[in-house]
Ligand binder design. Sequence first.
Ligand SMILES: CSC[C@H]1O[C@H](OP(=O)(O)O)[C@H](O)[C@@H]1O
Ligand SMILES: Nc1ncnc2[nH]cnc12
Length: 285
Amino acid sequence: MIGVIGGSGLYEMEGLEQVEEVVLETPFGSPSDAYITGVLNGVKMAFLPRHGRGHRLLPSEVNYRANIYGMKQLGVQRIISVSAVGSLKEEVVPGHIVIPDQFIDRTKGVRDATFFGNGIVAHVGFADPVCSCLSDKLFRAAQTAGAVTHKGGTYICMEGPAFSTRAESYLYRSMGGDIIGMTNLTEAKLAREAELCYGVIALSTDYDCWHETHDDVTVEAILEIMHKNVVMSKAIIRQLMHDSTLLEQSCCCGSALASAIITDRSVIPAATVAKLGPIVSKYLN
Ligand SMILES: CSC[C@H]1O[C@H](OP(=O)(O)O)[C@H](O)[C@@H]1O
Ligand SMILES: Nc1ncnc2[nH]cnc12
């Protein structure tokens, strides 16, 4: 099953058949909203609006653990994130798509970004934080759907909710950032821990506040361009469902925990084992 997490401007997926609304509770609390499951072009899909329907949750308030855990419970193996981002590069024009392959963490540590703790320690590899196979497919689907698409790029993940200062925006450019947003890094970490492929369709909406001849970013400007971009992101997802290799797994996302759990199995508390069951059980027996 394919999971789609819709960001700013993408709160529903049209065109699904056999639609069901699934309300889940997880050991990590409530996901952002009910999951919408269904079938798109013959492929099973689960959709979740990251900020909830009506956009009620700040980037720091989103319960990323519950969202990813819920996807795992539903049987999802690959997650596609659709996100609005600011552009930090002249050539990433608002309206373009970026399929990022790196992140720089500028969050402030107030988010829960691991499933581990409470008696079980694991350190997953995160050198390549997105699934390159899924990202390749997203790139091809975006190009076929007619979007100007940039393959690869570094996503700066800031805490927000206020946008960056001009000095920060210059700094992020000098650090090699290509795009900036507030959500994807946390999700990517949790998806890796849950052994799910994770790929991003980033929709460039603005030039943040570094560009001399473009206005500073505002929510109004983002939403104006998002209305057009959301149509494109839906077209890309529909296109992706036609990819006959979509469900083939040639990456190693599905075994990310194989050498990551360091804790002696005999000392892991039973309650922790129960809580993390869908994620770790195959390594504890
Ligand atoms: C509404 S603009 C700022 C907001 O948009 C992006 O969210 P998402 O990644 O969910 O599309 C950005 O990260 C901020 O949360
Ligand atoms: N300039 C920006 N900064 C952070 N998040 C964003 N999302 C869209 N545009 C953004």
